[in-house]
Design a protein around this ligand. Sequence first.
Ligand code: C2E
Ligand code: CA
Ligand code: CA
Ligand code: CA
Length: 284
Amino acid sequence: VKADGKVRWLVFDPARNAREVSRYRLSADMPGALDRGEFILVYQPLVNLDTGLLEGLEALVRWRHPGRGLLSPDEFIGLAEDTSLIVPLGIHLLEQACRQAVRWQQLTKDPPYVSVNLSVRQLRSPALVADVAAVLDRTGLAPEQLQLEITESAIIDPDDDTNLIATLQTLADLGIRITIDDFGTGYSNLAYLPTLPVHGLKLDRTLLLGPDRWKVPEPVADSFLANLVSLGHSLGLNVTAEGVETAEHVRRLRVAGADTGQGWYFGRPEYAEQFADRLPGPWT
Ligand code: C2E
Ligand code: CA
Ligand code: CA
Ligand code: CA
């Protein structure tokens, strides 16, 4: 009974409670899991839409959990961000990815770049630039062979975020490619885009779904897509489309003039070894 005289019931919801307990256990498992090497990377092709050849490979984390099997990032990246473990985890993954890229370099004369996701929390870590430079140094990977993916929503307002912009600029000056991930979903102010030191845009999957999903006439969906691509090109940026699942998607992207495609049509994320004898493609 509360002070206002009303009775409040605390309803016990077993499903919700189980979820909370499960999240709690996962976050408790995480530091040990990092030490035991349970976080691994799979890679997905980034394919040149003109040539069908491999341009790069995106590193995507998985947690090989001893009790629960292979966990996808949606199940633990948020937790890692909440607990700050994302910073050491992120550097550990970056190092794995760079080492792998060096191995691929030894297999082909036209090696793919490796593309690594950075969370907002990592971007705001004061040690980021030094950490990234140290990884490049330890692994011997050329900065041009590394791409970092940052989500559009990570950049709120460059005027308030001078540190973040300075960080991006320093990374770009090192020669690292920087691309804006999930472009078109973050509702950021487009006016900032020309000022950002970035190399490319990755159009979010939802932008490719087109007429079937959005119930707009096909010509409208196609010209919308083409205009998004032109937006990127007008700033000299590479435009990658994610979520390419069908030949029809590829056709629409070619018409729209996109540069690079990524998705199940070209290949699912796979272990690094799977690529060794397939470089540099074609991947059609
Ligand atoms: P993302 O960066 O947007 O990555 C693309 C996601 O789409 C991946 O999910 C990928 O497996 C999935 N995907 C690829 N092709 C297709 C397709 O044709 N159709 C559909 N429906 N999906 C496709 P995944 O691997 O589960 O990763 C989910 C998210 O977790 C990533 O989204 C990224 O935001 C985050 N993430 C993954 N790895 C890392 C990492 O190492 N560090 C950080 N900070 N975040 C990561
Ligand atoms: Ca990504
Ligand atoms: Ca993405
Ligand atoms: Ca996405």
